[in-house]
Design a protein. Structure first.
Length: 139
């Protein structure tokens, strides 16, 4: 089942001439969109799990690193999280990746517009943080 928030997000993205796809699964529906910023490319998922505006934005595998770089990546992610609001950077120690996430307020009036704004903000924040993350990775 495609949840209403998923439909609203997809319609808004298409109205802005963004190519995206909607998928439905047993307990969730999602919008997938590929983004290319000034510094990197990444895939964004907008995940909905109910009839309400229960939406989570996730960017998995923004950056991969080797296990020996985990401390450096944690420090770089903490710096990004200190400097920027809204988008939260997370180190996944099992996968050795840096992910990014945002959870929309459930009382969001226009989830499509909010998702579009967060998509644009995320690209900007990632452009600002990515060089620091890469410096931590390669020195």
């Amino acid at each position: 089942m495609i949840f209403p928030a998923t439909e609203a997000i997809q319609e808004t993205f298409q109205a802005h001439a963004l190519k995206c796809a909607a998928e439905e699964h047993e307990n969730e529906s999602l919008v997938l969109i590929g983004m290319t910023s000034e510094t990197t490319s990444f895939r964004v998922l907008f995940i909905s799990r109910s009839e309400q505006n229960d939406v989570a934005m996730r960017i998995y595998n923004l950056l991969r690193f080797t296990a020996d770089k985990q401390d450096e990546m944690l420090e770089a992610v903490n710096t990004c999280n200190t400097n920027y609001r809204y988008l939260r950077f997370v180190v996944d120690p099992d996968e050795n990746t840096v992910d990014a996430e945002y959870d929309f307020p459930s009382n969001q009036e226009n989830i499509g517009d909010a998702a579009f704004e967060m998509l644009m903000r995320s690209a900007h924040i990632i452009d600002k943080c990515y060089p620091n993350l890469m410096h931590s990775l390669y020195g």
